[in-house]
Design a protein. Structure first.
Length: 145
């Protein structure tokens, strides 16, 4: 936008300077009376002023259009970014839920394995205790004989 503003300003400056130089040249080379020359200068200045106003209005109108287009584009980009962020957040929630479910499954499997191992350990301990108490009974019986 600043380059466009600089170009418009340079154009207007050149336009006004060119008009003034043209008017001066016309004054110098014109074989007219002073009154006719002043009237012609007045007419030319009004024309130049009108052209400058028109050019400034056109530049303002173009700048407003460019600003409106930029605003529309920015709004569209913001909407696209919001939609993408929502999509990514939804995907992240889905993945988190999936991982949470997997974690629960693994935890349940490990708990079941641990319970099975504990039960097996208890059974083994009971069998060993039963075997030890049976073995302790035999030496006592042989010692009595």
């Amino acid at each position: 936008m600043s380059d466009s503003d600089n170009e418009i300003g340079a154009f207007l400056t050149g336009f006004i300077i060119g008009g003034l130089v043209g008017a001066a040249v016309a004054l110098i080379t014109a074989p007219q009376s002073g009154e006719e020359t002043r009237a012609q200068i007045r007419e030319r200045s009004i024309e130049i002023r009108d052209r400058a106003v028109e050019t400034a209005e056109e530049a303002r109108h173009r700048a407003e259009e460019a600003a409106a287009q930029a605003r529309t584009r920015a709004e569209q980009l913001a909407q696209d970014a919001r939609e993408r962020a929502e999509h990514l957040a939804h995907d992240a929630r889905d993945r988190a839920e999936d991982l949470q479910q997997r974690g629960r499954t693994v935890l349940e499997e490990q708990r079941e394995r641990l319970e099975a191992a504990i039960d097996a350990g208890k059974k083994a301990a009971q069998q060993k205790k039963g075997a030890d108490s049976g073995a302790n009974d035999k030496p006592a019986a042989s010692a009595a004989s």
